[in-house]
Design a protein around this ligand. Sequence first.
Ligand SMILES: Nc1ncnc2c1ncn2[C@@H]1O[C@H](COP(=O)(O)OP(=O)(O)OP(=O)(O)O)[C@@H](O)[C@H]1O
Length: 271
Amino acid sequence: MTQNMTEDLRLSDLSVGYAKRRIIDGLSLAPIAPGSVVSLIGPNAAGKTTLLRAIAGLLPAGGALTLGERDLRAMVLADHARLVTYMPQNLPERVALTVLEGVVGALRASPIDGPPLSDEELLERALGVIERVGITPLAMTGLDRLSGGQRQLASLAQALVRSPRVLLLDEPISALDLHYQLRVMKLVHALARERGMIVLMVLHDLSIAARWSDRIIVLSKGRVAADGAPAEAITAPVLAEVYNVVGQVEAEESGLRITIKDILPHDTAAS
Ligand SMILES: Nc1ncnc2c1ncn2[C@@H]1O[C@H](COP(=O)(O)OP(=O)(O)OP(=O)(O)O)[C@@H](O)[C@H]1O
């Protein structure tokens, strides 16, 4: 970690919703420190995407949202986007650009927080990120010709190339095979540490979340049901309360062994 040691991300009394429906109501979190990897987990419709979009400045929010001394809610979207990058869950399919053009375009569309880059530097940086994500052979392939998983990797490269202070990833590995799931988690973890970047990502795979996160926030019905180190946040009582399942959680060397044994009769997970 080299920079921004004091630039915690802070959310306090945050409220977010759509039209007349409030999804998140007065949510507060302990500060998220630079360099940390935080997973946001919880059932369908809990409000995870809504929360990420509010932090990204894509939905209006009430309450306080700050990065270090900066008030993110008061920023225009272009300034906000320099600091916070959001990778959405659903990626556009019909884009007439190559993977490389998409990554260079992402850099041009939202300049990084620093001095402007020359064309050569833009290209070098884009190719470097594409290599780290592991899709160099696809650099000249059209985005509209990729498989779902390849498209997810291309989208990740577009997000990473901007070197944000805060990287928000909405289910970044949902379409990936086992090799790339691990590769992406390792990469995101390494970049968080190298750049002092905050990574906040939505994951549905609790074992992967437990293995790769410093901290887990469990969201249920728009409120925080648990928040802490993986073993503190993912427990059998939390699994029962939040997911309506009977689960067993055991600590093991590489994280947590989570076994789901049954579902509980009262199923409200998607309500
Ligand atoms: N554009 C929208 N307009 C109105 N309501 C919305 C909109 N987007 C989401 N919602 C509602 O907000 C609630 C939270 O949705 P959100 O997408 O944040 O959940 P999530 O936790 O990310 O779920 P999932 O795990 O299924 O992706 C849901 O009840 C959903 O119907």
